[in-house]
Design a protein around this ligand. Structure first.
Ligand code: GDP
Ligand code: IMO
Ligand code: MG
Length: 427
């Protein structure tokens, strides 16, 4: 069955949005399966930039039906705003559907996210403060409200009443803050219902049917392997599974539907928020990467922490996601460098290791072992064919392929939809 997955292999912001947009013209559906508007996926078409937070990055391709899947957490306010902005730019937006099973991010989730981060003080996670963690927490403690609940508004009101009583108790007693007003929330969500109800579907059912009809479906990951709730650098992670395994539970399909599992890897590393980052550069080299790569968060605007490519991290992503292909992005950003260090293993307490330890304390003690690659010191952003790349850039690509054991299907050399060297025909 023709299922395509695009996932991040590092700490997010690898350029997943761009790649999903490139592939979207050849698929029938683009489906988000986890996360929420903590994501910021940038698509650039003829120099015009669009940042998508909740809408799938296929939305700019009118032929691809876009679906917000069951595993996503949806802030209706953000979603409606995103739709309005796109529509005001003359974009078609009637090809969006939302799963009835997706959970609603409520205003109290956003509030609690910020309050908890404040209370954690120097131990904070550095979340996007979009209410992601508190919303997923409610889902798993079974006091969440779902998009489909809006259809039966009396039921929604009844559930909200009992849940809000608990939330207000936490907000007032634990955090000494003002409670949320039930009637106000009811009116706000009555308005959201009017806009969203026509788009609500049973996504798992429709996606399974489309797969059986042989349609091409692209599952768009948000965040990345190192932010995975199980295998990321816990607790500095997000609250969902951004891996290929997350597609199965986040959409409601079986594993055999996934044919092509495409990992997006940036030619160097970035991270937003707190947590260990072994190849981080806290010097001018890091500042250069930030400037050349314009590394500022697409969601929060925070400067991204920058460092060299870490192949131990990439290999963990290959293993956990079962990657079949890689897409290498932002190779153009390295073009000024004379030498490019690539981390191939770590030193931990005097021992060489090639895996990521599970504890923060161990991860903080890791020291990178680098291989020095030669830079190419030429602009490559106009190149469309692999064999036109300088030898040093080809060596960089081949080294990543050899170490990871996965072929690179596309090399991205600029932010625009057109700036690609395509080495494999997916369709
Ligand atoms: P995502 O979250 O994985 O979709 O990535 P983001 O959109 O948050 O961050 C990637 C940034 O890099 C965006 O500003 C993209 O426009 C930009 N970008 C993507 N691919 C390339 C590339 O190959 N070269 C350059 N210079 N920029 C790129
Ligand atoms: P895309 O899809 C980069 C990070 C946050 C924080 C941690 C937890 O654009 O790659 P959360 O708000 O999810 O509870 O924050 O995860 N984070 C991201 N970092 N890209 C993202 O998404 C991210 N989504 C969350 O900075 O460290
Ligand atoms: Mg991003």
């Amino acid at each position: 069955m023709p299922g395509y997955v695009v996932v991040g292999t590092q700490w997010g912001d690898e350029g997943k949005g761009k790649i999903v947009d490139v592939l979207a013209k050849d698929v029938d559906m683009v489906v988000r399966f986890q996360g929420g508007n903590n994501a910021g996926h940038t698509v650039v078409v003829n120099g015009e930039k669009t940042i998508l937070h909740l809408l799938p990055s296929g939305i700019l391709s009118p032929s691809a039906l876009c679906v917000i899947g069951p595993g996503v957490v949806v802030d209706p306010k953000v979603l409606i705003q995103e739709l309005e902005v796109l529509a005001s730019h003359g974009q078609k937006v009637d090809h969006l559907r939302i799963s009835d099973r997706a959970h609603l991010i409520m205003p109290y989730h956003i509030k609690i996210d910020a309050l908890q981060e404040g209370r954690l003080a120097q131990n904070k996670i550095g979340t996007t403060k979009r209410g992601i963690g508190p919303c997923y927490a409610d889902k798993y403690t079974r006091i969440g409200l779902r998009v489909g609940d809006l259809k039966d508004f009396e039921y929604f009101k009844m559930r909200l009443k009992s849940v809000l009583a608990i939330k207000n108790e936490i907000i007032t007693k634990v955090y000494d803050e003002k409670p949320f007003d039930y009637d106000e929330l009811v009116e706000t969500f009555r308005n959201y219902k009017k806009v969203l109800e026509p788009m609500i579907i049973d996504a798992s059912y429709h996606i399974d049917k489309a797969l059986k009809e042989g349609k091409n479906i692209l599952f768009e990951g948000a965040q990345a392997n190192m932010l995975d709730i199980n295998y990321g650098s816990y607790p500095y992670v997000t609250s969902s599974s951004p891996t290929s395994a997350g597609v199965l539970t986040g959409v409601g399909i079986g594993p055999r539907a996934l044919d092509h599992i495409i990992g997006v890897v940036k030619a160097y590393s970035t991270r937003v928020g707190e947590g260990p980052f072994t190849t981080e550069l806290l010097n001018e080299e890091g500042e250069n990467l930030r400037t050349w790569g314009n590394e500022y968060g697409a969601t929060t605007g925070r400067p991204r922490r920058c460092g060299w490519l870490d192949l131990v991290v990439l290999k963990q992503a290959v293993r956990i996601n079962g990657l079949t292909d890689l897409v290498l992005t932002k190779l153009d950003v390295l073009s000024k460098l004379k030498e490019i260090p690539v981390c191939v293993s770590y030193e931990l307490d005097g021992k060489s290791i090639d895996y990521l330890p599970s504890t923060t304390a161990e991860c903080e003690r890791l020291r990178p072992n680098y291989v020095l690659m030669k830079g190419w010191q030429k602009d490559i952003s106009h190149i469309k064919e692999l064999n036109e790349l300088p030898k040093e850039a080809l060596d960089y690509i081949h080294f990543i392929e050899k170490e990871s054991g996965v072929k690179i299907a596309l090399v991205s050399v600029g932010p625009d939809r057109q700036d690609n060297i395509i080495t494999k025909d997916f369709f």
